[in-house]
Design a protein around this ligand. Structure first.
Ligand SMILES: C[S@@+](CC[C@H](N)C(=O)[O-])C[C@H]1O[C@@H](n2cnc3c(N)ncnc32)[C@H](O)[C@@H]1O
Length: 244
């Protein structure tokens, strides 16, 4: 490790040079940094404590180096894509789509596919490509669409970041009575998972946690949220067909 150096990629985010998995913790210019995704370093150990600007800086840094994104990311996105094909919603909202949404090519014609993200640059990117995409963050969380609209909502590699009460309330409002929300969760302590689950229940959701039998990431789970147990169980059984 004597040969390694660090470069600043975005404010507060470093990348190790050369691209080898670095130590868990380092010191740079007198400040402590913690590893994220093998090659990046940020000043907080717990991702669910990042401020919105810190989340954007980290995600923008990661997006600058597509070759450093783990194949697990693609694998999980493919699971979500296959799940959406099985569930066949007529409308699907993706939260935290980043620049690699789950349906990277065309979504099924019969499905209204809407993207959203907390980062205005991501939104701009999709809007420039003429894709339906809205800002969806703690402060700007109104999706300008009808209530009870979405049959499915997905969030892939988003829930390790702070997720806000206002966003949960908005998703509940936009979700059809028979709709489901599914997200994967990793890199959150068990206390922080419990706190988030509690907020989800306060927003009105019923929740089922499914541990990943494939263990694609450390303590990786899928959370299925909805308004009706039957829909949640249906989604869980379709998911288990894919991951067991
Ligand atoms: C790690 S990237 C994942 C992007 C994409 N889903 C994927 O799997 O490649 C996380 C994305 O979620 C967005 N994000 C983070 N926190 C969010 C939140 N609370 N609400 C909506 N989007 C959020 C970030 O801006 C970023 O684009």
């Amino acid at each position: 490790m004597n040969e390694v150096a660090f470069e600043i990629v975005t404010p507060g985010v470093l990348k190790i040079v050369p691209e080898v998995k670095g130590p868990f913790e380092i010191e740079f210019d007198g400040t402590k940094y913690f590893r994220f995704m093998d090659y990046f370093y940020i000043q907080k150990e717990n991702l669910d404590e990042l401020l919105p600007v810190e989340v954007s800086n980290l995600c923008r840094a990661r997006a600058k180096y597509p070759s450093l994104i783990s194949p697990v990311n693609k694998e999980v996105r493919e699971i979500f894509e296959r799940l959406a094909h099985k569930i066949c919603p007529t409308s699907l909202l993706e939260i935290g789509a980043g620049i690699h949404p789950v349906f990277s090519k065309a979504a099924p014609e019969a499905m209204r596919y809407v993207l959203s993200d907390a980062d205005s640059e991501v939104v701009k990117h999709h809007v420039n490509l003429k894709t339906d995409c809205y800002l969806f963050s703690e402060k700007h969380c109104q999706v300008p669409l009808e209530d009870n609209n979405f049959e499915m909502v997905i969030a892939v590699f988003v829930l390790h970041f702070p997720f806000h009460k206002s966003q949960l309330v908005e998703i509940y409002k936009r979700l059809k009575n028979t709709g489901i929300v599914i997200a994967n969760v990793y890199r959150r302590s068990s206390t922080s998972r419990e706190l988030l689950i509690n907020e989800m229940r306060c927003a009105g959701f019923k929740i089922k946690r499914v541990s990943d039998p494939k263990k694609l990431c450390a303590e990786h789970e899928y959370w299925i949220l909805g308004k009706q147990d039957a829909q949640i169980e249906f989604c869980a059984s379709r998911l288990l067909e894919l991951i067991s």
